[in-house]
Design a protein around this ligand. Structure first.
Ligand code: CP
Length: 307
């Protein structure tokens, strides 16, 4: 039963509940007009204390396409947080105006805190380097659309594996399905945290290898998940400048990839995928954006108890 629940991290959903959301998203994709009034009378609040293009607008678009309404703010500076209002009080107030809240905050754990004071479902739309569960739902729905399922895949994750929260969540989510293998492509300084290799991969028996050069492994991959080096999480600008262009996926590298490989990216990209790759049929990152909107439609329809 998903109605009335919070979504704070991907593990809040069982494999069966994720299946429920994906099958609803797929029904919405096939016939969106059949769902255009399911959230009539519902209001979504988008509380974004940190910048966003895709997540905030896709949540808003999703609620509007379900027949509901939206309100909120796109930066902390336009809220009473600037006057010193606590997050707890903000959430108490906003949850008395709305039916569901999508919130992004730079502080890890902010969504968990918000959930303790909210009378309506909280969806974590990103809390610092911690979790971004609807990005994981987006990534999985895209993989399912292209690959037909979540098993037997060799998944390359490339770039900033240290700070990239979407990679951590993807690793955890795909480790719940059988026969997947991870290829972890990063400079030494941006390697995936040990807790993922020890407590996720090893515990679930998922095979993984670490590699510094994308060229050495691209031909083995079914999915290549590129990531941006997360400038906002670096303490030292010099380190960021040194590492920011570690990987640039271009046409030359794509020549060695399988014809069936897909390229994903949570976006925004900076330099890590050259625009010349955008027209390659294997480039799935702009389709991924659209799947993100459909999966948020399905999720909000479920959490608000509308379906
Ligand atoms: N993928 C993602 O979270 O993008 P935004 O930061 O634009 O929301």
């Amino acid at each position: 039963m998903l109605a009335g629940r919070h979504l704070l991290e991907p593990a809040d959903l069982t494999v069966e509940e994720m299946e429920e959301i994906f099958s609803l998203a797929e029904k919405i994709i096939v016939d969106p007009s059949a769902f255009s009034e399911v959230c009539h009378g519902k209001i979504l609040a988008t509380l974004f204390f940190e910048p966003s293009t895709r997540t905030r607008l896709s949540f808003e678009s999703a609620m509007l396409r379900l027949g509901g309404k939206t309100l909120g703010f796109a930066e902390a500076s336009s809220s009473s947080a600037t006057k010193g209002e606590s997050l707890a009080d903000t959430i108490r107030v906003v949850s008395s105006y709305t039916d569901i809240i999508a919130m992004r905050n730079p502080k890890e754990g902010a969504a968990v805190l918000a959930s303790k004071y909210s009378s309506v479902p909280i969806i974590n739309a990103g809390d610092g380097g911690h979790h971004h569960p609807t990005q994981t739902l987006t990534d999985l729905l895209t993989i399912r659309a292209y690959k037909g399922g979540f098993s037997g895949l060799t998944i390359g994750v490339c770039g900033d594996l240290k700070f990239g929260r979407t990679v951590h969540s993807l690793a955890k989510a795909m480790s719940r399905y059988p026969d997947n293998k991870f290829v972890l492509i990063s400079p030494k300084e941006l390697q995936i945290p040990e807790y993922i290799t020890e407590q996720v991969f090893k515990k679930s028996g998922v095979e993984f290898v670490e590699e510094e050069r994308l060229e050495n492994v691209i031909g083995d991959l079914d999915v290549l998940y590129m990531t941006r080096v997360q400038k906002e999480r670096f303490f030292n600008e010099q380190d960021y400048i040194r590492l920011k262009d570690s990987y640039i996926l271009d046409k030359q590298k794509m020549k060695n990839a399988k014809p069936s490989m897909i390229v994903l990216h949570p976006l925004p990209r900076v330099n890590e995928i050259s625009p010349e790759v955008d027209d390659d049929p294997r480039a799935a990152y702009f389709k991924q954006v659209k799947y993100g909107m459909f999966v948020r439609m399905a999720l909000m329809a479920k959490l608000t108890g509308s379906i």
